[in-house]
Design a protein around this ligand. Structure first.
Ligand SMILES: [Fe+2]
Length: 284
C-alpha cells in the first residue's frame, strides 16, 4: 500500500496569486511518498525505458497512446504503482479546477515524465479492466502555434490531466478555460446560434459520450462556415478565463464540465509541449 495519496495540497505559486482563477482553484503537487516512489523508479533505471505508440480499439479517431515498451505488471513496483493510480483515479474532481505546480522534481525530465505517464496509464486501465479507460495521448506538433480555441476533448473517459513541459517562457500561450455552465449561458444569448445546435452541445457536454466526439463539438463551436461562427468566436474569446501555466504546472479537470484552450504562442508546438492523461470509467 502506498503511504499517502499521489498528490498533496499546496499553496498557489506567488506568480499566480493575483489571479482570481488561481485563487478559486485547488493547487496540488506530487506527494512526498510519490516523489520517493519516482526516485526509486529512477534509480532502478525504470524511467529510462522507451515508450512506443499504441492504438486503442474503440477510441477512434483519436486512439493513439504512449505505451511502455515493457509490461510493468510483472515488475516489483507494480503493486505500489497500482495503488498510486487508484489514488489518482479516486481524486475528487468537482466543479472546482485543480491546478498543479512543481511537477518536475530532480528525478524527472521530459522523457522520464512521458514514461511515468505511460506507466500510470497501464495501471488505470488495469483498475477498470478496459484499455479504453485511459489514454496518454501524444501532442500533435505544429510549426506555428496559432492557439487552440475553447473546446472539450470528449475522449470516452472524462477526466483530463495535463502537465506542461516545453512551453514558451514569455507571456504567450496562456491556457484558456470556461465552465460548461458559462458556455451554455453564453450560447443561449447568441442571436444566431440555433436551438438545435444548443441541444447538440448540451447533449455532448452533459450526456453520455459513446464515441470520441471532439470533432463534432469543435465543428459546432468553431466551424468557420457556420453563420454564427464569427460572433461566437469573439464572445468566447472575451469570456474565457486565462492563466499562463509554466513548465511543471498543469491542470486536472472534468472535461465535460470545463472547456479548455490556449492562446497563440511564440514558439512552435513541440511533441513535448505537455504530458496528458485522460482517464475514468467508460460510459458505454
Ligand atoms: Fe484539448
Amino acid at each position: 500500500m502506498s503511504r499517502e495519496p499521489i498528490f498533496c495540497e499546496v499553496a498557489a505559486p506567488r506568480e499566480h496569486k493575483g489571479s482570481k482563477f488561481s485563487r478559486e482553484a485547488i493547487w496540488l503537487t506530487w506527494s512526498k511518498s510519490f516523489r520517493a516512489f519516482v526516485a526509486e523508479l529512477e534509480s532502478a533505471g525504470e524511467l529510462n525505458r522507451r515508450v512506443t505508440m499504441k492504438n486503442i480499439r474503440g477510441c477512434a479517431p483519436y486512439s493513439t497512446t504512449y505505451h511502455p515498451d515493457k509490461d510493468p505488471r510483472k515488475a516489483t513496483y507494480w503493486p505500489l504503482l497500482l495503488d498510486f493510480a487508484k489514488s489518482l483515479d479516486d481524486w475528487r474532481i468537482s466543479d472546482k479546477m485543480i491546478l498543479f505546480r512543481d511537477m518536475f522534481p530532480a528525478a524527472l525530465d521530459s522523457r522520464k515524465m512521458r514514461v511515468l505517464f505511460s506507466l500510470l496509464r497501464v495501471a488505470v486501465t488495469e483498475i477498470y479492466g478496459d484499455q479504453r479507460a485511459s489514454l496518454s495521448a501524444p501532442v500533435t506538433p505544429e510549426r506555428k502555434d496559432l492557439g487552440f480555441p475553447l473546446h472539450a476533448d470528449l475522449f470516452l473517459s472524462s477526466k483530463l490531466w495535463l502537465i506542461f513541459d516545453d512551453v514558451p517562457d514569455d507571456k504567450s500561450g496562456a491556457s484558456l478555460f470556461m465552465s460548461r455552465q458559462n458556455l451554455l449561458h453564453l450560447l443561449k444569448k447568441q442571436p444566431k446560434f440555433p436551438v438545435s445546435a444548443l441541444k447538440d452541445v448540451r447533449q455532448l457536454m452533459c450526456g453520455k459520450v459513446s464515441r470520441d466526439s471532439f470533432d463534432k463539438l469543435f465543428r459546432i463551436l468553431h466551424g468557420g462556415a457556420n453563420e454564427w461562427s464569427d460572433e461566437l468566436s469573439l464572445s468566447l474569446q472575451k469570456a474565457a478565463m486565462k492563466i499562463r501555466l509554466r513548465r511543471g504546472e498543469g491542470y486536472l479537470m472534468d472535461d465535460r464540465r470545463w472547456l479548455h484552450g490556449r492562446d497563440a504562442a511564440t514558439r512552435p508546438v513541440a511533441a513535448w509541449r505537455f504530458h496528458r492523461l485522460t482517464f475514468g470509467p467508460i460510459e458505454i
